[in-house]
Design a protein around this ligand. Structure first.
Ligand code: UDP
Length: 405
């Protein structure tokens, strides 16, 4: 019939790459499952609709991510109840009017937040806009962190919160939210089964036999990855007859050049790349991964069944990802390059252990997260049509709803 498109507004900010990446994954799933029915608008509300200092959130985040003390201070400032309260007041005082104007302009039918600082004020604005100061339109949060989540993710006025781990589920539950644990939305390249790893190895210029370790440092290639890659290469050269090491430097040109120009032991093949766009293929081709504890990278690694050696994390934000990996039985953590190298060598020398960790990784994997979240959102949007979504099949994971209260 004459179906009008639903206007979906996704609130986010580009503080780190993960928020936009998850939002895009969700949009892709919605479009695939409900083609032409939902028009998605994504907005960085801080950059586009707020005053300084909030308008500078993105560069401030980038600066802080490279300076642990500044990072810690910002993280605690937003968490510690009195400063969190003051910050909320200031944000609201400065930007309430602007956010309201923006909301009126976008005029959404449905709001999705994928950012820890996009709950409180947007909800306050939407409440104020409704009759009798009650919000009219549905609002859900998709938590884009993995093993832990900052308290500002959770506002008990949201209709539903989507999360990715038991640890975060417990927090959501404690806060009295209606929550569904369906996994972290990851880009479409990871939704399909991988191609055989031998095929991928050949295509990517790797040899079939010798074990492969891959070293990366997130999209920006941060976290002392030059020293880590060097230690991994040297240890593998000493401990294994032959081996291969792939280093993905992301946007870190300096490390890339250093590693390309270095001389490596002849029994170890070293392949260096900058930012790659076929991460799904690389992860399907290698035997193990060394990385900082980024949520996207870890979730992708689980989908490809990769044991993960964590080499660092952003304090607070990525801290919970360490137990997620270690207790999940598919990895370890150390920030010491020598120990990282030794651990990876030990794994690669032990195929049985590698297989065990691979199984554990796959157990934690949620390749269908984007579809499952899209389906639940559609169930809220198109309630009348398919009787609450029974026709789409049930999500695999239990959905826990609070009893109100
Ligand atoms: N990534 C990529 N190519 C690269 C390096 C990284 O596609 O060369 C991707 C990686 O697969 C992951 C994302 O960048 O999806 C990094 O996200 P994560 O949440 O791990 O960390 P962030 O960099 O956002 O802190």
């Amino acid at each position: 019939g004459e179906d009008a498109k639903v206007n979906m507004l996704i609130l986010m900010s580009d503080t780190g790459g993960g928020h936009r990446a998850s939002a895009q994954a969700l949009e892709a799933a919605l479009e695939e499952m409900y083609p032409g029915r939902i028009a998605v608008t994504m907005v960085d509300i801080f950059t586009e609709h707020s005053r300084w200092p909030y308008s500078a959130s993105v560069p401030a985040y980038q600066y802080a991510a490279k300076n642990p003390l500044v990072w810690r201070a910002m993280y605690e400032y937003a968490r510690f109840p009195p400063t969190r309260y003051l910050n909320g007041k200031m944000l609201s005082f400065q930007n309430f009017g602007r956010f309201k104007e923006a909301m009126q302009r976008y005029s959404p039918d449905f709001v999705v937040s994928v950012h820890p600082l996009c709950q409180d004020l947007p909800l306050k604005v939407l409440n104020a806009m409704g009759p009798q100061r009650t919000r009219q339109l549905p609002f859900v949060t998709v938590v884009t962190d993995l093993g832990g989540a900052h308290p500002t993710w959770f506002n008990n006025q949201v209709d539903k919160v989507f999360i990715a781990s038991d640890a975060v589920m417990r927090v959501a539950f404690r806060e009295g939210l209606s929550a569904a644990q369906l996994g972290l939305p990851i880009r479409p390249a990871f939704w399909k089964d991988p191609r055989p790893s031998l095929e991928l190895r050949e295509e990517l210029g790797l040899e079939a036999e010798p074990p492969v370790a891959m070293v990366m440092g997130g999209g920006d290639g941060v976290g002392g990855m030059g020293a880590i890659a060097t230690a991994v290469i040297k240890t593998l050269a000493e401990e294994l007859e032959r081996s291969q090491v792939v280093v993905i430097c992301g946007k870190n040109e300096v490390v890339k050049r250093e590693l390309e120009e270095a001389d490596w032991p002849s029994n170890t093949r070293v392949i260096v790349h900058g930012f790659v766009s076929n991460m799904d293929e690389w992860m399907g081709a290698v035997d193990t991964l060394v990385t900082k504890a980024g949520p996207g990278t870890i979730a992708e690694a689980t989908i490809r069944g990769l044991p993960v050696m964590l080499s660092g994390y952003l304090p607070g934000q990525e801290e919970g990802n360490v137990p997620y990996v270690v207790n999940g039985g598919f990895g370890a953590y150390s920030k010491n390059p020598t120990e990282i190298g030794a651990t990876v060598a030990r794994w690669l020398k032990n195929p049985e252990l590698l297989q065990k960790m691979k199984d554990c990784a796959l157990q934690a994997a949620r390749p269908r997260a984007s579809y499952d979240i899209a389906r639940e959102i559609a169930d809220m949007l198109f309630v009348d049509e398919d009787g609450g979504g029974g026709g789409h099949g049930e999500p695999e994971e239990a959905v826990v709803a609070n009893s109100g209260g």
